[in-house]
Design a protein around this ligand. Structure first.
Ligand code: 5GP
Ligand code: ZN
Length: 134
C-alpha cells in the first residue's frame, strides 16, 4: 500500500524502535505511548482493519501478542496488561493499517481505557440474539 505509514514502518522503509521482527510481523514502540512500554504489533502485509485481516494472520498476531505480553512484563515489571485493537474512526482507529496495541499497566497509572457500564435490556438482548441467529 502506497502512502501507508505502517506499511513503511513494518517493512523497514522508515526506521522504528523494533522490539521483535519476523517474516510476517514487526513489533515497535508507539511514538505516543499510553504507558512505558506501549508497543504495536504490525503485520507486514497491509490490511486496513480486522475485517480485511486474513484469518491466519489474525491467529498468529494473537499468539505473538501473548509472547510479547510475557516478554514486556518480565522486562518492565508491569502489574497488568491491556491488549487493544481499534477498527474504524468511531472506535478510535487513526492509522488504517491493522495493529494491536500492547499496553503495560502500572499500579496508579492514569491510562484511561474504561467505559461507563450500561444495563442490558431484555429488548436489546432478544434483538441481538435474534439478529445473530441464536
Ligand atoms: P490507533 O488510534 O489507530 O488504534 O493507533 C495508532 C497508534 O499509532 C497511536 O497510538 C499512535 O501514537 C501511533 N503512531 C502513529 N504514527 C506513528 C509512527 O509514525 N510511529 C509509531 N511508532 N507510532 C505511531
Ligand atoms: Zn499498510
Amino acid at each position: 500500500m502506497e502512502n501507508c505509514i505502517f506499511c513503511k514502518i513494518a517493512n523497514g522503509e522508515i526506521p522504528s524502535a523494533t522490539l521483535y521482527e519476523d517474516g510476517e510481523f514487526r513489533v515497535i514502540l508507539d511514538l505516543g505511548p499510553a504507558s512505558k512500554g506501549h508497543a504495536l504489533i504490525l503485520p507486514k502485509k497491509h490490511a486496513a482493519d480486522i475485517y480485511e485481516l486474513p484469518e491466519e494472520t489474525a491467529g498468529k498476531a494473537m499468539i505473538l501478542a501473548k509472547h510479547m505480553a510475557k516478554k514486556l512484563t518480565d522486562a518492565l515489571h508491569c502489574d497488568g496488561f491491556n491488549i487493544v485493537q481499534n477498527n474504524g474512526e468511531v472506535a478510535g482507529q487513526t492509522v488504517f493499517h491493522f495493529h494491536m496495541h500492547l499496553i503495560p499497566r502500572y499500579k496508579g497509572d492514569q491510562v484511561g481505557l474504561t467505559w461507563k457500564p450500561g444495563t442490558l435490556s431484555d429488548e436489546d438482548r432478544d434483538d441481538i440474539l435474534a439478529r445473530m441467529g441464536r
